[in-house]
Design a protein around this ligand. Structure first.
Ligand code: QVW
Ligand code: ZN
Length: 324
């Protein structure tokens, strides 16, 4: 077994895999602490243990309750023969002929999902439900959603000039499931409802150390580096990566700033996890960029250059990335 380390959450302590990079702790600050507001305003991650963003869910949502109340809508479910659920964009698969999908996906009713969880264990297959909540949910879920702390999260959206709420996503993962390190182009208030998740974050400045796939690749926004077995020949700068880390538990909210890299792990042998993510479009770009450019702007510029090169050449095999 690879080396392990221990992380704590309150009185609980968890044994987790030790990776090759160093990490610092992500601060846990009360929503009443001005420093918490400052961190969000400055695009810095923070764990907020007392905002109770999804209190109505935290006290009620478990697999049985959701099964009985979530309605007959379809839920995107991913299947993986390993612990990893590396996201890929189906629409970009034609760009890379040799691409092998790292997982399968299927839209299931919640009942079908529950059956898969039970059957999957026997077939050595893991599954991960990841679905934006929509109008198909039952009336009890609607009233639970109405009970979320919309005053707080909407105040954060307004104070920080976030764009509109893009998605409210329900995540139900099995113990040990891993979402490998990637970044998103939205602001994210991640609310943990049930179970414990380990988060490892890296700031956008670490872009050169994390070797994202090119923008035309199905795994755009995902790192090419396998944390379990990093190829330091191919990705030498990964040695310089320095991250931030925390465990989130029921009731915690983690602010994941836009373009911050994150790997998320449902703690092994600690049962399934239920989370709700509040994804907001990012702040509008500044009228006039101020120099030196910050990392977020540099990432946006690099992405645009990559897309322009790929479109101009119209042949992904010809695209070489001198940008990193
Ligand atoms: C579909 C979203 C998955 C989530 C990671 C996780 O909880 O496994 C994440 O990456 C995010 O919230 O940004
Ligand atoms: Zn993400």
């Amino acid at each position: 077994m690879s080396q392990t380390t221990r992380l704590t959450h309150g009185k609980k302590s968890f044994e987790v895999k030790k990776y090759t990079f160093a990490t610092k702790v992500i601060p846990r600050l009360s929503c009443h602490n001005p420093e918490c507001e400052e961190r969000i305003a400055n695009g810095l991650p923070v764990v907020i243990p007392d905002v109770d963003l999804v209190a109505s869910a935290r006290h009620k949502w478990n697999i049985d309750y959701l099964h009985d109340n979530i309605g007959d809508g379809k839920f995107m479910t991913f299947f993986s023969s390993s612990k990893k659920f590396k996201f890929y964009d189906d629409k970009k698969c034609p760009n890379v002929k040799s691409f092998k999908k790292p997982m399968e996906q299927e839209e299931l009713t919640f009942d079908e999902f529950v059956q898969k969880i039970n059957k999957g264990k026997s077939k050595g297959q893991r599954c991960y439900l990841q679905q934006a909540l929509n109008e198909t949910v039952g009336e009890n879920i609607v009233s639970d959603l109405e009970g979320f702390n919309w005053n707080w999260v909407t105040a954060q959206q307004e104070k920080n000039s976030f764009g509109p709420l893009r998605d409210l996503m329900l995540l139900i993962g099995q113990e040990g499931n891993i979402t490998p390190v990637h970044y998103d182009e939205q602001e994210n208030f991640f609310a943990q409802v049930y179970g414990y998740k380990r988060f490892i974050l890296f700031p956008p400045e670490e872009f050169p150390n994390l070797y994202p796939h090119p923008t035309y690749h199905p795994c755009d926004r995902q790192s090419q580096v396998d944390f379990d077995n990093p190829d330091f020949e191919k990705f030498p700068k990964f040695r310089n990566a320095t991250g931030f880390e925390t465990i989130v538990g029921p009731g915690d909210v983690l602010y994941i700033p836009i373009l911050w890299w994150h790997q998320v792990e449902s703690i092994p042998n600690e049962g399934h996890t239920i989370s709700v993510t509040f994804w907001y479009k990012g702040r509008p770009p500044p009228e006039k960029p101020t120099y030196p450019l910050n990392a977020q702007i540099k990432v946006a510029i690099m992405r645009n250059i990559e897309k322009t090169i790929a479109e101009a050449l119209n042949n992904p095999d010809e695209v070489r990335y001198p940008l990193r």
